[in-house]
Design a protein around this ligand. Structure first.
Ligand code: GTP
Ligand code: MG
Length: 195
């Protein structure tokens, strides 16, 4: 389990990346999908990663030390947020592209999608990119608490179909609010690290 989690630093570009051999798992997804809230849920902390009901809260790559050097979690800004100008959008794209393509410490990506909705074009682009560069993906469907029971299976099916989901990747449905399935996350993260 995750026993300790501490914030290390934020980085805007590769000059801020940490120079050591510790494995990293990066968390990506649309703005407001619940990446930062999810990091708080799995680390059992309230304010480790900054969250907000307004999209666009996370602006930089944020590095967290898990279990005193076992691995790092990297919280990333969300994509698909309309209220950023083109320059910001390009800077964001470059930062993420550089990190996801060139970061040697990166062993896998945790991609979050909102269980209520079909994936967007941005989601599809991200997932295709991750598959292209051959990164292992753990897909997390968030906001399960907002779904009617009848929609859970239906929406999962639809999300997987639209993304052309690779059945070798794990898909886990969670609620950060009710903590549903949060207890399952550590083991699948370790599978990413080991696999
Ligand atoms: P950016 O930093 O903008 O990319 O967003 P983010 O993906 O980090 O989202 P964040 O964790 O800040 O959460 C956005 C909003 O969604 C907050 O109001 C959270 O409380 C809410 N939220 C996150 N997870 C859940 C969930 O599982 N269920 C419900 N009902 N709300 C959630
Ligand atoms: Mg965030």
């Amino acid at each position: 389990m995750i026993k300790t989690a501490t914030f290390i630093k934020s980085a805007a570009d590769k000059s801020g990346w940490i120079d050591d051999g510790v494995d990293e798992i990066c968390f990506v997804g649309r703005s407001n999908v619940g990446k930062s809230t999810f990091i708080n849920a799995i680390t059992n902390q309230n304010k480790l990663a900054k969250t907000s009901s307004a999209p666009g809260k996370t602006r930089l790559l944020n590095f967290f030390n898990i279990n005193n050097g076992q691995f790092r979690i990297v919280d990333a800004p969300g994509y698909g947020y309309a209220k950023v100008n083109l320059a910001q959008k390009m800077a964001f794209g470059e930062m993420m592209d550089d990190y996801l393509t060139n970061r040697n410490n990166l062993v896998g990506v945790c991609m979050l999608v909102d269980m209520r909705h079909d994936p967007t074009a941005d989601d599809l682009q991200m997932y295709n990119f991750l598959k292209e560069v051959d990164l292992k993906v753990l897909m997390i469907g968030t906001k399960l608490d907002k779904l009617k029971k009848n929609d859970i299976q239906k929406n999962e099916k639809s999300i997987k179909k639209i993304l052309n989901f690779d059945e070798n990747d794990t898909f886990l449905k969670v609620s950060n609010t009710n903590k549903t399935n949060i207890n399952l996350v550590y083991n699948v993260l370790v599978e990413l690290l080991d696999g």
